[in-house]
Design a protein around this ligand. Structure first.
Ligand SMILES: NC(=O)c1ccc[n+]([C@@H]2O[C@H](COP(=O)([O-])OP(=O)(O)OC[C@H]3O[C@@H](n4cnc5c(N)ncnc54)[C@H](O)[C@@H]3O)[C@@H](O)[C@H]2O)c1
Length: 380
């Protein structure tokens, strides 16, 4: 029998569901040393928290996150709340000696993120930030191919994350569904919300980013604020494009917007190396495109690798070759890696410190757009 590990989930929204689903499934598909027990769920509305607890099998519910931290039985605090609440909860959880899983971005900004890193490192608690796209098997495979040196020297890294859900001026800011448009709750717009994912994947695959040059735009300057009922200035970036230099000498090109009509969540990246190139697309997430110039010229071309074979990352734990998995599974993989490493006392990547490096890139991007000049990225 595996040791039980009591989970206290804070936030029962979109991410609260993906994380709960992962805890329910992980032990059925992965050989993990712990059995996650859904001890308590917390969210702002009592009725919703109660219904969520019943639906997912949480033993109890609360509307006060302090109660989750104060619960001696809770081993892991899982933070799935808007960005402005991450720091306070994570620092309190660290002081209470809990292991912590925190949704991305780590914090509102680097200064706040650094305080979180200091707190968890001082407490010596296990920690993980949920940049889940690393654990799409095709994305993990891309990292493996790069680490094996198949691409050779890398010249270019380009990534996009495109959405179209805030084009209407009638979309409000603040409140439950639209906190992402309120700079006080989100910290930034697409930079922290979407580009943070691209930056995390990029630095994991291609190493640190040294300097950035960015432009941002807020297309809709005023929106009704759900909490005040007043039309207020919008403080987030609706769109952001930036260039960067990686420390390995390669050039980066990143774009994110919520104004790309026709795109719901199109995360793509392409990496061009001396020998080979790799491309990936979230809308076709089980495929990895691969081009190898060393192939015989008469059969040389882009291959579309169907990432479902059992020797491919994570896939041996799922169905049979040829059958695909999807978005929710990235969180199951994350939970599996976290539980295995927790038992061994090993860190699971990305740690808070690694997520701070991403936060510093986001800070530099926003500073560059504001100051209209290249900015150096602070090292985490
Ligand atoms: N990894 C990913 O791909 C991904 C995707 C979406 C969101 N996120 C991140 O996850 C976090 C949550 O986003 P979401 O989309 O799940 O949000 P959401 O709006 O769906 O849910 C937020 C939840 O937080 C709760 N909450 C808010 N303030 C609280 C407080 N003070 N105390 C207790 N509960 C509180 C709300 O009741 C709600 O249950 C954000 O940091 C976001 O950036 C990550």
């Amino acid at each position: 029998m595996n040791k039980k590990l009591n989970v206290g989930l804070i936030g029962y929204g979109f991410m609260g569901r993906t994380h709960s689903n992962a805890y329910c499934k992980v032990g059925h598909f992965f050989d993990v040393p712990y059995e996650p027990v859904l001890r308590v769920v917390c969210g702002l509305e009592e009725k919703v928290a109660k219904a969520f607890a019943e639906q997912w099998g949480y033993e109890s519910y609360t509307t006060d996150w302090h109660k989750v931290i104060e619960d001696d039985k809770v081993d892991v605090v899982d933070i799935c709340v808007p960005n402005n609440v991450h720091a306070e909860i994570a620092i309190a959880a660290a002081k209470a000696g809990k292991a912590i899983v925190c949704e991305k971005p780590l914090a509102l900004n680097g200064v706040q993120g650094k305080k979180m890193v200091d707190a968890i490192e001082k407490a010596g608690v296990a920690n993980l930030v949920s940049f889940n796209y690393r654990r799409v098997p095709a994305v993990t495979l891309a990292k493996m191919l790069i680490d094996e040196g198949r691409l050779g020297r890398i010249f270019h890294y380009r990534a996009n994350f495109l959405q179209d859900w805030t084009i209407s001026t009638k979309v409000p800011q603040g409140g439950m569904g639209t906190w992402r448009l309120d700079v006080k709750a989100a910290g930034s717009g697409v930079t922290g919300d979407l580009l943070a994912h691209c930056i995390d994947t990029a630095m994991w695959q291609n190493g640190p980013i040294g300097s950035v040059c960015a432009m941002t735009e807020t297309f809709v300057k005023e929106r009704m604020h759900v909490e005040t009922g007043k039309v207020e200035a919008v403080g987030i970036d609706d769109a952001c494009t930036f260039f960067c230099r990686f420390d390995n000498g390669s050039l980066g090109n990143f774009e994110s917007t919520r104004y790309a009509r026709g795109h719901k969540a199109l995360y793509t990246f392409e990496i061009n190396g001396e020998h080979a190139s790799i491309a990936w697309d979230l809308h076709d997430l089980h495929r990895l495109s691969y081009f190898d110039h060393r192939d015989e010229s008469i059969v040389r071309g882009w291959r579309s690798v169907h990432v479902t074979d059992s020797d491919m990352p994570y896939m041996g734990n799922w169905w049979v070759p040829g059958l695909q998995i999807g978005y929710e599974h990235t969180f199951v993989h994350q939970a599996a890696d976290f539980l295995v490493n927790l038992a061994k006392g090993k860190p699971t990547s990305p740690t808070f410190r690694e997520a701070l490096a991403t936060q510093y890139v986001c800070d530099a991007v926003l500073a560059s757009a504001k100051n209209q000049k290249w900015e150096k990225v602070k090292k985490a």
